[in-house]
Ligand binder design. Structure first.
Ligand SMILES: [Zn+2]
Length: 361
């Protein structure tokens, strides 16, 4: 009688434990999302990822953003003097980091005025490209992108600083480049190549990224994915008190692999709340079509768009660096870095198993 009781208790315990375990492995996500997060599928060295992730700091991000989003850059309007200052700043940063130019010896890729809408008056402008060559599969390229431009100044001369849009993504790319470069110097550089692509003309209609996708420096067939960052420094109204979230858009649209890798990296290293509400095909905001990654998705290259949502300062002169949540910017930058590390180092590139079916043209 007693023995039976014990056995019953032991069985009960086992059932409870196994229930808990399976809960851990399967995290419910939005409808239509693959739900199994398998951290054992990750191939990169845990120690290395953690070591270089830690080099990405809120302080360094803040230091750079206070310069990049200062009045001196005059709102970085495409083709205007402020935008020229911005591209010079980026070029000098990459030089100082000893990260090579990405366009055949040049940091700039000229986007000519003729590429913009006729009559728009937009002058010649440039994308900024920096490149870390892969150690084993240098011909395969992972693109990390963010737009370098913003909307300039108003009639009274007030500067649109664009600290979040997209100063945050810009300095994130610089910090990620620095982390990869440190790894290279330690003999732990990425197996695939990484292109740091700062695009111009986003605010005018995604011009710089479209120009690159139509005039790629590295063959698109060998471009394994694009991780695009546009606004990751703020909290939106839906997450005013939540300092541990980011919206992910597009991760599952072309490649189940990419989505699974992305969620596994997050589960293993960060446990950030990945909010997929804007990933729904029916979402009226249509963010999937509204930043630079879309020009890669159109070419069947899998993408992830990292985004904090909109806020009252969006496209206002009040989008200033003092309003940035730097610890959260650090965390999100680290997530992009660790995801890039896994993609650049794993044996196989993410398989494209879904067709680009968007109706947007
Ligand atoms: Zn933007």
């Amino acid at each position: 009688m007693k023995m039976k009781k014990y056995i019953t208790i032991i069985i009960l315990c086992l059932v409870i434990i196994s229930c808990k375990e399976s809960k851990k492995a399967v995290t419910p996500t939005e409808p239509g999302q693959p739900s199994v997060i398998d951290v054992t599928s990750l191939e990169s060295n845990t120690k290395d990822v953690k070591k270089y992730t830690k080099t990405i700091t809120a302080n360094e991000l803040q230091e750079m953003l206070y310069i990049y989003a200062s009045d001196e850059f005059e709102g970085r309007d495409t083709g205007e003097p402020g935008q020229k200052k911005a591209v010079e700043y980026l070029k000098n940063k990459y030089k100082a980091l000893e990260v090579a130019p990405g366009n055949n010896g040049d940091y700039f890729q000229k986007v000519p005025s003729t590429f913009f809408r006729q009559g728009s008056g937009i002058k010649d402008s440039e994308n900024v490209l920096a490149f870390i060559e892969g150690s084993e599969k240098p011909e395969e390229v992972l693109v990390l992108s963010a737009h370098l431009d913003h909307v300039g100044m108003d009639a009274e001369g007030n500067v649109f600083n664009g600290a979040d849009d997209d100063g945050s993504g810009t300095v994130a790319l610089l910090e990620i480049a620095e982390a990869f470069k440190k790894a290279v110097k330690d003999g732990k550089g990425p197996k695939r190549s990484i292109l740091f692509l700062h695009v111009t003309g986003e605010e005018k209609g995604l011009y710089g990224s479209r120009y690159y996708s139509e005039n790629p420096v590295y063959p698109l067939a060998n471009t394994i994915a694009d991780l695009n960052i546009d606004m990751i420094g703020r909290n939106d109204d839906a997450h005013l008190e939540d300092n541990n979230y980011v919206y992910l858009i597009g991760s599952d649209k072309l490649s189940t692999d990419l989505h699974n890798i992305s969620s596994a990296v997050n589960a293993k290293f960060f446990e950030i709340n990945l909010d997929y509400r804007y990933n729904a095909d029916s979402d009226p905001n249509r963010f999937y079509y509204r930043s630079d990654h879309y020009n890669f998705a159109k070419k069947n290259i899998p993408i992830i768009f990292y985004f904090n949502g909109v806020h009252d300062d969006y496209h206002q002169i009040s989008d200033t660096p003092d309003k940035i949540n730097y610890p959260l910017l650090e965390k999100r930058t680290q997530l992009v870095f660790a995801t890039a590390w896994e993609l650049a180092n794993r044996k196989d590139r993410p398989v494209v198993d879904k067709a680009e079916t968007s109706e947007e043209k």
